[in-house]
Design a protein around this ligand. Structure first.
Ligand code: PMP
Length: 354
């Protein structure tokens, strides 16, 4: 046995991110990125920000970006917190809001960063099972707890909850923080940002990584009443960190303001999702009803692991989770039409070999 001290974090199993391999001619449908390039206005703003001004620190309050987001949501900048991707915003929210005496609740099949953060920050948690149709059933959250976090739409199922059900949940749990992780909300779900004025216990988290095609820039944000935002600021300030660098502030602000780019590309992805769902169903897949930029699907004749491996051999990458209850499924990000066609072609070939 080693005589040396070993940091406690070595005992934690970290979150495993989707692969970013370098394979020629790869169809990459494994990490729910946007298949289209970002708004040209965002790229121009980033290029302009790559200037002599980089010798200066960025705005520590990220005011222009927070104001732009707040204005569209009918709120003020005090209701908006920004960070380096929603993963960082989530980390601050876990520390600031979710460490309670009673356990945190989240769905058993959900974003796999939640258990990682619970272990890392020593937050007591219990998972709540999805129902037989793989849906989140909010009545099942009516049990003793200190806080709740849910993605809407859920990941990796893609299934969305109606806003009214979230409103009822917020009323039933008015005495504790409830976080809705809306990484995929723009592709067909109703945003809970509409409920913020009425619900002091609600924090909504969104990202620029999916519907704004800026996963590489790392920008996410939280929206909630100012007392919750202040709690996140305190955690952030404890790390003495600037929320975002100059390039990220410039690019995200321009991307947020480019409403036309956002709506056009969101609509393209939603239309591709409908076509891909139909094509997969024709091939014999069962596809869960998705409100996200991915679908979650399984085939009765082949396991998820087999299909993922056979696709990989054809340079098509999708996500497979070797976890109970979802091991038969593939999570497939919505690509361009050409990428979806390559995926369907590869699956047709693979299934013909049975
Ligand atoms: N929440 C959910 C549910 C996600 O799937 C992801 C993406 N992996 C994130 C948050 C984090 O996204 P980002 O850090 O790129 O904003």
């Amino acid at each position: 046995m080693s005589r040396f001290w070993s940091p406690i974090v070595h005992a934690l199993s970290p979150y495993v991110a989707g692969e970013q391999p370098r394979i020629d001619n790869l169809v990459k449908l494994n990490t729910n990125e946007c298949p289209y390039p970002p708004s040209p206005a965002a790229l121009t703003a980033i290029r302009e920000a790559a200037s002599d001004a980089l010798r200066l620190y960025p705005d520590p309050t990220a005011l222009e970006l927070r104001q732009a987001i707040a204005a569209d949501l009918g709120l003020t900048a005090e209701a908006v917190f920004v960070g380096n991707g929603s993963d960082e915003v989530l980390a601050h929210a876990f520390v600031a809001l979710l460490k309670q005496e009673a356990p945190l609740l989240y769905p058993d099949i959900s974003y796999s960063f939640y258990p990682t953060y619970c272990r890392l920050f020593e937050i007591g948690a219990e998972t709540v099972s999805l129902d037989a149709a793989m849906r989140i059933c909010l009545e099942d959250y009516d049990r003793p707890c200190g806080a709740i976090i849910l993605p809407n739409p859920n990941a990796p199922t893609g299934i969305a909850l109606p806003l009214e059900a979230i409103r009822q949940l917020l009323l039933r749990h008015a005495d504790k923080p409830v976080i809705i992780d809306e990484a995929y909300v723009d592709f067909g779900a109703e945003s809970a940002t509409a409920l913020i004025a009425e619900h002091p216990n609600l924090l909504v988290i969104q990202t620029f990584s999916k519907s704004r095609a800026l996963a590489g820039l790392r920008v996410g944000f939280a929206v909630g009443q100012p007392h919750l935002i202040e709690a996140l600021e305190r955690v952030k300030d404890s790390f003495n960190s600037y929320p975002l660098d100059r390039l990220a502030l410039a690019g995200a602000t321009a991307a947020w303001k480019d409403r036309h780019w956002f709506e056009t590309h969101r609509d393209l992805i939603v239309a591709s999702r409908a076509r891909l769902t139909e094509a997969l169903e024709t091939l014999g897949f069962e596809v869960l009803p998705s409100s996200a930029n991915f679908v979650f699907a399984r085939h009765s004749a082949r396991t998820g692991a087999d299909l993922a491996a056979a696709l990989r051999a054809r340079a098509v990458l999708v996500r497979h989770f070797a976890k109970p209850r979802i091991a038969d499924y593939l999570r497939i990000s919505i690509g361009t039409q050409a990428e979806c066609d390559r995926l369907v072609g590869a699956l047709t070939e693979i299934l013909a070999q049975d």
